[in-house]
Design a binder for this molecule. Structure first.
Ligand code: N01
Length: 545
């Protein structure tokens, strides 16, 4: 990865700044840029060695974004006007280059302290400042603390015995060695079939001797329909970008498309089939996020979509055993209530004789040995490389893991032990002058990342400007407002099919984690409206002084 080049005062042992931002991915960079324009002095603490957040960390084989460009980028004209991509869904290397381009345009790096992990932070009432501590003993004092740590900042390692015993190469997807791992002609195991597992499996299979996927839950993956892009076609389209970005914020998930204004059974079976075909053909998330509007609300409608998906997918797998594991006739869960991956020949690849899929719902992994993996049916399979694509303590894990304490010294990890409380998915009672984005109880995992951070980032920046204009030193959400927001998040989710599925959206992927909806399920436009109302009504739900 690019080496750290932040300027020296940013690394000061006793840093003083108006605003301390944690995280230099899409969110942190956006906040810094917008706040600088208003004259706020900002610094970023970043645990990694480079810009880009998840794209700094993610360099596993096949890592690429599942949202097409130009939807998956900043709406800032100074950034997009002379930037073009080589593919519709770019890979991590190109995304890293994009962040270098962003840095050239916005000059971010000079105010970032890289290799700087936050391990403690508490608001000091007398000075009305946040005091933030880093792992290597530095301290920062800031009027505002902004957390842009993403939803995947804490890895999830299942506790199989023997994980440290394996003699071959074993890596979690987000700790993949930057130099890569040689898989040529090797026996590769991929554990986990989320977006990451699917990408690792299909990419490593291009050179590996064999790939064996250990699947607990089938990924109801959709065709990516990847396509190369030329500079000319993108430059020709630039005049439409302002409109594209404006429209992006009017859709549920911050995409270029939205659910159609029709229910599944409004159409005849023929028309429905033709519509499903078109969504599949267009590729990407259209079969999910541009489907009938009752897809995520009505079990019967959802079943129709699942049956179409299963029919299309089963037709691609000739081996009957693999077919039933990968695309069972009975749905493993309602379609779209877990994140579908975008695949490129995933099913054809696993159908090949040298590759395999093991159903670890039936026969769980019980042990990692020196040479491979043992499952509950007593079988032992040998491997040279094991990829742990087992995901994250998503959404809340990162913020709970950085030593944050409220004004009375109660850790956030305590406050969120039995459930999550925030106000507007951007603030927490007892944590004055602290804002976060792309985290708990915001549109986070139900939206395109850049759309979500721009929506929340604009609100945070407007709130801070208002605080400054009105000479307010202290702004803290009330407990009542938090309770109300939690009820709102739950009520929106309860109307959908999401609660019926065990997913990381619901906190259900990590043993012992409270099961609750972690994301705001009302869509970006409604979310934006609710947050605006709080601001326009004199910081409704906050105590200010
Ligand atoms: O993680 P995941 P991820 N035993 O949690 C399995 C974003 N992202 O890294 O489904 C056995 O989705 C688990 O099984 P199950 C994107 O938003 C984006 O893939 O819980 N298996 C699951 O199959 C994504 O959703 C992009 O039954 C165990 C897998 O591990 C999010 O990041 C690319 C297990 C974890 O899947 C997270 O994706 C990559 C156990 N004990 C990621 N524990 C792009 O945009 C877990 N599993 C392309």
């Amino acid at each position: 990865s690019p080496q750290a080049t932040g300027s020296n005062d940013t690394y000061s042992k006793n840093l003083k700044t108006d605003v301390l931002i944690v995280g230099a991915g899409f969110g942190g960079i956006y906040l810094m840029h917008k706040l600088r324009q208003l004259g706020f002095q900002c610094k970023i603490y970043e645990a990694g060695k480079g810009l880009g957040g998840i794209w700094h960390w993610n360099c596993y084989p096949g890592a690429r974004v599942d949202t097409q460009v130009p939807i998956y980028e900043y709406s800032l004209p100074e950034v997009w006007k002379d930037w073009t991509w080589s593919e519709r869904y770019p890979g991590f290397a190109e995304l890293r280059k994009y962040f270098e381009h962003v840095d050239q345009k916005l000059g971010i790096r000079k105010d970032v302290a890289f290799d700087t992990r936050v391990v403690g932070a508490q608001f000091d009432k007398p000075s009305a400042k946040w005091i933030v501590e880093t792992e290597d003993g530095r301290t920062a004092k800031a009027r505002y603390l902004l957390l842009a740590t993403g939803f995947a900042a804490k890895r999830h390692f299942p506790g199989w015995p023997g994980l440290d015993r394996f003699k071959g190469e074993i890596h979690h997807s987000s700790f993949w060695p930057d130099a890569g791992v040689d898989v040529k002609d090797k026996r590769v195991a991929v554990i986990g079939t989320g977006s990451t597992g699917v990408q690792i499996a299909q990419e490593t299979a291009k050179t590996a001797g064999s790939v064996t996927v250990f699947q607990r839950t089938p990924n109801l993956a959709l065709p990516m329909q990847q396509k190369p892009l030329t500079r000319e076609e993108q430059m020709d389209r630039k005049a439409q970008y302002p409109e594209i970005y404006k429209n992006r914020m009017t859709t549920f998930a911050g995409f270029q498309y939205d659910f159609i204004d029709k229910n599944t059974y409004d159409d005849t079976p023929e028309a429905r089939e033709a519509f499903y075909e078109k969504c599949f053909e267009n590729g990407g998330f259209e079969f999910w996020l541009a489907n009938y509007k009752d897809l995520l609300f009505d079990a019967e409608a959802n079943r129709a979509a699942y049956d179409f998906w299963a029919k299309k997918t089963r037709a691609r797998i000739s081996d009957p055993r693999k077919r039933d594991i990968l695309a069972p006739v009975e749905p493993p869960h309602a379609f779209g209530t877990k994140r579908p991956s975008l695949e490129q020949n995933y099913y054809e690849m696993l159908d090949r004789a040298e590759n395999d899929v093991v159903d670890i719902k039936k026969t769980p992994i019980v042990e990692v040995t020196e040479t491979g993996l043992k499952t509950a049916d007593g079988k032992h399979r040998e491997f040279d490389v094991v990829a742990l694509a087992t995901g994250f303590d998503s959404v809340t894990g990162g913020m709970k893991n950085m030593g944050l304490k409220d004004v009375d010294g109660v850790p956030l990890s305590e406050k969120w032990k039995t459930g999550t409380w925030s106000y507007l998915g951007m603030t927490c009672a007892g944590f004055p002058n602290m804002f976060f984005l792309y985290g708990a109880q915001g549109p986070t995992a139900f939206s395109n990342g850049p759309s979500c951070v721009e929506c929340q980032g604009d609100w945070i920046v407007d709130a801070m400007k208002k605080l400054r204009d009105e000479d307010i030193q202290y702004c803290d959400a009330t407990r009542e407002a938090e309770e109300g927001w939690r009820r709102r998040v739950t009520e929106l989710s309860d109307k959908t099919l999401f609660p019926g599925t065990s997913s990381w959206y619901m906190g259900a992927n990590v043993p012992g984690k409270p099961r609750e909806q972690l994301n705001y399920a009302g869509g970006i436009p409604l979310y934006e409206q609710e947050c605006r109302e709080a601001l326009d009504n004199g910081f409704r739900g906050f105590v200010t002084a």
